[in-house]
Design a protein around this ligand. Structure first.
Ligand code: AHR
Length: 502
């Protein structure tokens, strides 16, 4: 029987956009073992003089993450930033009402800034617009970004940080549309406080960029109306609006699960339309871009989390063990973000360590890479440059929630500077391989340097401390590029990275 086929035309002049590197951002929240037992564990054999785990730092560097959102998430809506600065021994232990834990405040803004430097990332700082307001927000900007000669900048200097951190991107709160959020607000209430906070934050430091909270998911009853109202208030004061989404496969329906990136695609298109509707209404010349600052698979740990004791320090919350099919959906979601790189300028894989994360650790023990680590690492390392508008024809299927789902999910990225062309492709077919035939005429003289493939006979296979390499990519893919024609067999259920170079 002949293999199913898909075709693609790649033209280097048909461009979607230059890819903003911040699309490969991630997220560290004071939640579960993300900070304590994750990035920070003073007693660990690999800990440095500040208590940061070097084994974790090394793994984060493999992901080449340029931006990390911090310190939450739901946590930020009850956080007093002042608790986390100054002498560690006098920092208070607080009840964190968002996650029902005890926060020791051993790690705060300055320590996190140090850690972010160690992994070559910028900090995307969030302010608390739940229990706090514009005063705490402007003071935090002054503390972090003002050079000296004022109360909060001199306070930072007295804490040992002579130079300002110069955090550039700031989030105006978190998921303020959600009733679970500490200090939940209506769209109008949030629109007002976000505008006033934005004004004073930018008066302290006019170089910062701001992200307003969009809906916490497309499924919220207030979705769309929320974005329109919030932007009506904040349009002239912010640069981005946020999107969050998490998918799961509790019904164990893989064809439907792998199609969920189509939902992400519609979500992005809808938010772009809302931004542009408000732009039209205001006769504005300014364009609001998107910050998809929480995205991932999240469902495996929902039940076990209900059994955890409240009010402990760093319990194992949200510790999803990702399997092979999750890595395929994460691959499809990365491709979707890249296809919208003209408007999605920031995206954060939520989260980075232990909490719904690509990197796992044992307290006092080893680190390992979850299945989702690989597509993210590949995209972040090889997906830099310009996203190309390819013309793709792929056979399609219908699933429970989606129609005309292409078996092939793909994007091509051209890095002109390094003379590299990379095709990222997922074959969603559960039963057979797909032959990708590609017209890449302007890339004559290029050759395939590597065809990486992530595939596995067991869709539920997962990496654990005992079997850290149960799911990992190999470079035995059979892509060939000859006379400007690329042919690549994509195995059933596989993530592929076809790297070509002059
Ligand atoms: O990433 C986990 C949580 O998901 C975040 O704290 C919150 O913003 C979202 O609901």
């Amino acid at each position: 029987m002949d293999m199913k086929k898909a075709s693609m035309i790649i033209d280097k002049d048909y461009q979607i956009s230059k890819i903003d590197p911040r699309i490969y951002g991630s997220f560290v929240e004071h939640l579960g073992r993300c900070v304590y037992g994750g990035i920070y564990e003073p007693g660990h054999p690999s800990a440095d003089e500040q208590g940061f785990r070097k084994d974790v730092i090394d793994m984060v560097k493999e992901l080449n993450v340029p931006l990390i959102r911090y310190p939450g998430g739901n946590f930020v809506s009850g956080y007093n930033w002042e608790d986390g600065v100054g002498p560690v021994e006098s920092r208070p232990r607080r009840l964190d009402l968002a996650w029902r834990t005890v926060e020791t405040n051993e790690v705060g803004t300055n320590e996190f800034a140090d850690w972010a430097k160690r992994v070559n990332a910028e900090v995307n700082m969030a302010v608390n617009l739940g229990t706090r307001g514009i005063d705490a927000a402007r003071n935090l900007v002054e503390y972090c970004n003002h050079p000296s000669g004022s109360y909060y900048s001199d306070l930072r200097r007295s804490h040992g940080y002579k130079e300002p951190h110069k955090f550039k991107t700031w989030c105006l709160g978190n998921e303020m549309d959600g009733p679970w959020q500490i200090g939940h607000k209506t769209a109008a209430e949030y629109g007002r406080i976000a505008t006033e906070a934005a004004k004073v934050m930018k008066w302290v430091d006019p170089t910062i960029e701001l992200v307003a909270c969009g809906s916490s998911s497309r499924g919220m009853r207030t979705f769309a109306e929320w974005e329109a109202t919030v932007l009506d208030h904040t349009y002239d004061h912010v640069e981005y609006i946020s999107l969050h989404t998490y998918y799961g496969n509790p019904q164990n329906d893989i064809s439907n699960f792998l199609a969920k990136s189509l939902d992400m695609d519609s979500f992005i298109k809808s938010v772009i339309s809302i931004c542009d509707y408000v732009k039209a209404k205001k006769r504005s010349k300014k364009q609001i871009n998107l910050s998809f600052d929480e995205w991932n698979v999240w469902y495996h740990s929902h039940e076990s989390d209900k059994r955890l004791e409240p009010w402990t320090v760093a319990p194992p919350q949200l510790e999803d063990v990702y399997n092979f099919e999750d890595a395929l959906l994460v691959g499809c979601m990365l491709i979707t973000l890249l296809r919208h790189s003209d408007r999605v300028k920031i995206a954060c894989l939520a989260q980075l360590v232990n909490v719904i994360a690509p990197i796992m650790t044992n307290n006092g023990g080893e680190t390992w890479r979850q299945t989702i680590f690989y597509p993210f690492m590949h995209a972040s390392n090889y997906g830099r440059g310009t996203a190309l508008q390819t013309i793709v024809k792929s056979p399609v299927y219908d699933s429970k929630e989606f129609t005309d789902v292409p078996y092939l999910e793909s994007i091509a990225v051209h890095n002109e500077e390094n003379e590299e062309l990379t095709v990222f492709a997922v074959n969603r077919d559960t039963t057979e391989g797909l032959l990708l035939e590609c017209d890449a005429r302007q890339f004559e003289g290029y050759r395939v340097v590597e065809h990486l493939v992530l595939e596995n006979d067991d869709i539920k296979a997962a990496n654990t401390a005992e079997r850290p390499d149960a799911v990992k990519p190999h470079s035995g893919g059979e892509a060939k590029l000859q006379d400007g024609r690329l042919t690549a067999p994509l195995p059933k259920l596989s993530w592929n990275v076809i790297r070509m170079k002059k």
